[in-house]
Write a protein that binds this ligand. Structure first.
Ligand SMILES: [Zn+2]
Length: 249
């Protein structure tokens, strides 16, 4: 786990479930060739640089998972079959096949539980201290999935919150030349997601996910450019939420 700006002043609390691609030494390479770890199946390509820079620009607390989603996916309910994927897109993950229940439980205890316990603690502390908190989950997506090209540059992903996501769509669509997905390429559901349903919705926080197309943030220049843009947009959103009385003035 990685944290930045733990005492940050921003109401936005940033999470990044697929920030890193570390594999615990005991698991070796999960039976995969090295180039598979360059792909989106191992992590959200480019999002770490965006998350670090955005956390800094906004002075926002960031909580990020440095272990690969191939070990255990921190944005899936642990009981979902995709929690420890045997197949990701079209790639078989040999190290995840025929996994004993105890081995799956050990991955959960070592990686999934501490990450979500920490997010839960931070939200609990903020609520107790009356610190306004808006949850933003940062992700990236592959431009082509299972042979289908995706036209969006960025998308929102959400389910039950009706406050933050429309503002996010509105401000993103005001950016010249951006193709913005409204709950595309993914929507959030209780069966396929964890961070937003559990930490955002169950806590009653305003929340949304953001998905940036990974080819736009493949290098540091793209990551900085997107962090700058999102920092500007989140400042506008923060002002709009204050004007609406959804954040203290
Ligand atoms: Zn992701």
């Amino acid at each position: 786990m990685l944290e930045d700006n733990t005492a940050g002043s921003s109401p936005f609390l940033l999470t990044c479930d697929h920030y890193g691609r570390i594999i615990p030494r005991a698991l070796g390479d999960l039976g995969l060739p090295a180039d598979e770890f360059e792909r989106h199946i191992a992590w959200d390509v480019g999002i770490a640089g965006v998350a670090d820079a955005l956390s800094e620009r906004l002075d926002a607390h960031l909580i990020a998972q440095r272990y690969s989603r191939l070990v255990i996916d921190c944005n899936r309910p642990p009981e979902a079959p995709s929690s420890i994927p045997r197949l990701s897109e079209a790639t078989v993950i040999p190290g995840n096949e025929g996994l004993a229940a105890g081995a799956a439980q050990a991955r959960r205890a070592a990686i999934f539980d501490p990450y979500h316990r920490r997010i839960d603690e931070v939200i609990g502390r903020r609520l107790r201290d009356n610190i306004p908190t808006v949850l933003v989950a940062l992700h990236s997506f592959t431009p082509v999935y299972a042979g289908v090209a995706r036209p969006w540059h960025i998308g929102t992903l959400y389910h039950r919150d009706t406050r933050l996501p429309p503002l996010l769509v509105k401000y993103l669509r005001a950016e010249p030349g951006l193709v913005v997905g409204d709950n595309e390429p993914y929507a959030v559901s209780d069966d396929t997601d964890y961070t937003i349903p559990v930490h955002g919705e169950k806590r009653g926080l305003m929340n949304s996910g953001i998905e940036i197309r990974q080819d736009l943030i493949a290098d540091p220049a793209g990551q900085q450019q997107w962090a700058d843009r999102l920092a500007r947009i989140f400042a506008e959103i923060e002002a709009a939420l204050r004007a609406q009385g959804l954040l203290p003035r």
